[in-house]
Design a protein around this ligand. Structure first.
Ligand code: SF4
Ligand code: SF4
Length: 97
């Protein structure tokens, strides 16, 4: 005989996934390279195009590797880069209530 828990309906479960976006104010950047040199996850690279002042700002070429540690934002002397958190809810699992 099934227990009460085994007979309860299967319901979708929601999961929250956190991803990060790196926002660069390119014209504030002076291309010092601190952010892409010290990012522990190698998310950032020097851009191949320069800004209005002739400096190469960072580019988030491996954004899926970002863990949102905020080091790039903290280390930038010109407040030219910041990290934004993006939470998305997904219904990926099914479970019992
Ligand atoms: S938040 Fe951390 S992991 Fe993400 S790009 Fe900045 S330094 Fe790298
Ligand atoms: S640390 Fe700031 S100023 Fe230096 S390259 Fe990165 S965004 Fe530009």
């Amino acid at each position: 005989m099934l227990t009460r828990q085994e007979r309860s309906p299967i319901v979708p479960e929601e999961e929250t996934t956190t991803k990060y976006e790196i926002v660069v104010n390119e014209d504030w950047c002076k291309g010092c390279g601190f952010c892409y040199t010290f990012c522990p996850r190698e998310v950032l690279e020097k851009s191949t195009t320069f800004n209005s002042k002739g400096y190469y700002p960072p580019e988030a070429t491996n954004i899926d590797r970002c863990v949102g540690c905020g080091l790039c934002e903290a280390i930038c002397p010109d407040f030219a880069i910041h990290v934004e958190e993006k939470k998305t809810k997904t219904t990926t699992k099914r479970g019992r209530k």
